[in-house]
Design a protein around this ligand. Structure first.
Ligand code: FAD
Length: 445
């Protein structure tokens, strides 16, 4: 018996673990452990948690349709998994690799306990297109890449040489077991995991991918920043929960021409996954840069969409109401918080982690480090996006602001981007202050 534990891989197609188990020809026990550390009640009510639970419900339904068994339990993974492995006389536990600090700590504990029981933990790569260690060896480097462009050049070569199309092994080829009743009862989930309401939602990730490749991909390079037009794939929440595999996503692009701009964004994702795996500083930057909040009132206003800067408030309204925000506006709002308001980036990072439907610890941190001019290949500290000019440049007619702030609808195209009289900061003065402060912190680091 092999115990397999689902984590950020809520799907049944193209699963490296399924391929592995089918090669071994072993029976398998499939678990999903709702971990109270990650999925608190507060989290399950926020957009990030709600989306995750919806994808979990979808996974349960996919298993049911295949006549297979997914055992969902609630509790500490490092406690439940060894018990299940023992009780079911497992010879091995299999998971997909995850490199956030918490995941490492959790898997470290799990591995130790299993080791004492004489059961090995096998960790397979699933999330990135270029597995960090393998890529690092391929690149023949002593130290990890710190700059994106040379990384991207080597990455493109690596992915071209090593890309494996999605695996054809299906869940039907495996024989899945039911968790022993004593454990299923002891660790029953307090959360209701409701199946998604309609038939179509079961194929949502694939439909979103098909629709994007079929009608938007060819204009992506020119349109991606025009955030009022919804020109990007909208796939991040599916990719991050693993509801669709990154190889399926990448393969769909290969069928057409080479779409450089989109491939580059997929490479940014890999770049951050690579840094989180190989650079011990990636999750520790805040310890080195100590900005103390200038004003709680400002940070509150930012989070409640009450800054008086139309594009910031429109973007934060979209986030608060829907759990979504386009990439350019994530950069603009993050820079506004960390530069114009001089707030430490972890404030914004933790708010995004909670409120974004596509929240991902690694990509979110990468985005915040970039916007706060920290980390590798981050925005230079003196290049601060001006929210008003960004708004005029990417959405001249103010369509997005009108959509999310209907109270400003009557303003002319020229006036709609302007800070309102009650704006909490002056953009020019706060920009100059930020440059001074950042120059000091970065030169003393
Ligand atoms: P597309 O433009 O269609 O791109 C395709 C895929 O490429 C995305 O789904 C994503 O996997 C990857 N990608 C695109 N842009 C980036 C980028 N800048 N960095 C890394 N990978 C990228 N993305 C998340 O998935 N989760 C987060 O929690 C997250 N937090 C962010 C926080 C900040 C402050 C910033 C600036 C960016 C953050 N991003 C995050 C990256 C990016 O904004 C989203 O991936 C993108 O907006 C998702 O939309 P899409 O799927 O339509 O992307």
């Amino acid at each position: 018996m092999i115990v397999f534990v689902h984590r950020k891989d809520l799907r049944i197609a193209d699963m490296p673990a399924f391929t592995y188990i089918s090669r071994k020809g072993s029976k398998s026990l499939h678990l999903f452990v709702l971990d109270p550390v990650i999925l608190s009640e507060r989290r399950t009510e926020a957009a990030s948690g709600r989306h995750f639970m919806a994808m979990l419900a979808r996974l349960q339904e996919l298993y049911r349709r295949e006549g297979a068994k997914l055992n969902v339990v609630y509790g500490a993974p490092e406690e439940i998994i060894p018990q299940a492995a023992l009780l079911h006389e497992a010879c091995e536990v299999v998971v997909h690799r995850d490199d956030t600090p918490y995941a490492r700590q959790r898997d470290g504990k799990l591995e130790k306990t299993l080791w004492r029981l004489g059961i090995p933990l096998t960790v397979l790569s699933d999330q990135p297109l270029a597995e960090p260690d393998e890529f690092h060896r391929y690149a023949g480097r002593q130290t990890p890449y710190k700059v994106f462009t040379p990384y991207y050049r080597k990455w493109s070569e690596f992915v071209r040489d090593t890309f494996q199309p999605p695996s054809a092994v299906s869940l039907r080829q495996l024989t899945t077991a039911s968790l022993h009743e004593s454990l299923a009862d002891a660790y029953r989930s307090p959360f209701r995991i409701e199946p998604l309401p309609n038939e179509e939602s079961m194929t949502e990730p694939e439909r979103a991918l098909g629709a994007f490749v079929g009608s938007k991909l060819s204009d992506y390079a020119d349109r991606r920043d025009w955030y009022a037009t919804d020109a990007t794939s909208g796939l991040s929440a599916y990719i991050n929960t693993g509801a669709i595999s990154i190889r399926t996503v990448y393969e769909s692009m290969l069928e057409g021409e080479t779409y450089e701009a989109w491939r580059r964004q997929l490479a940014w994702r890999d770049f951050y996954l690579y840094q989180s795996a190989l650079d011990p500083l990636f999750f520790r930057y805040e310890r080195h840069f100590d900005l103390s909040i200038l004003s709680d009132r400002h940070v509150d206003a930012w989070s409640r969409a009450e800054t008086g800067i139309p594009i910031i408030d429109a973007a934060m309204t979209q986030l608060n109401e829907t759990g979504r925000m386009p990439n350019r506006l994530r950069m603009v709002t993050a820079m506004f918080l960390t530069k114009n308001l001089l707030a430490p980036f972890p404030f914004g990072e933790s708010l995004f982690r909670h409120r974004l439907a596509d929240a991902d610890n690694v990509l979110n941190r990468g985005g915040w480090l970039w916007s706060a001019s920290l980390g590798f290949d981050a925005a230079p500290y003196f290049r601060i996006m001006n929210p008003e000019s960004q708004s005029r440049q990417w959405d001249p007619a103010g369509e997005y602001i009108r959509r999310w702030l209907p109270q400003l609808r009557a303003f002319s195209d020229r006036d709609i981007h302007r800070p309102l009289p009650h704006a909490i900061v002056d953009l020019k003065a706060s920009r100059a202050r930020a440059i001074d402060v950042y120059k000091q912190i970065l030169s003393s680091a």
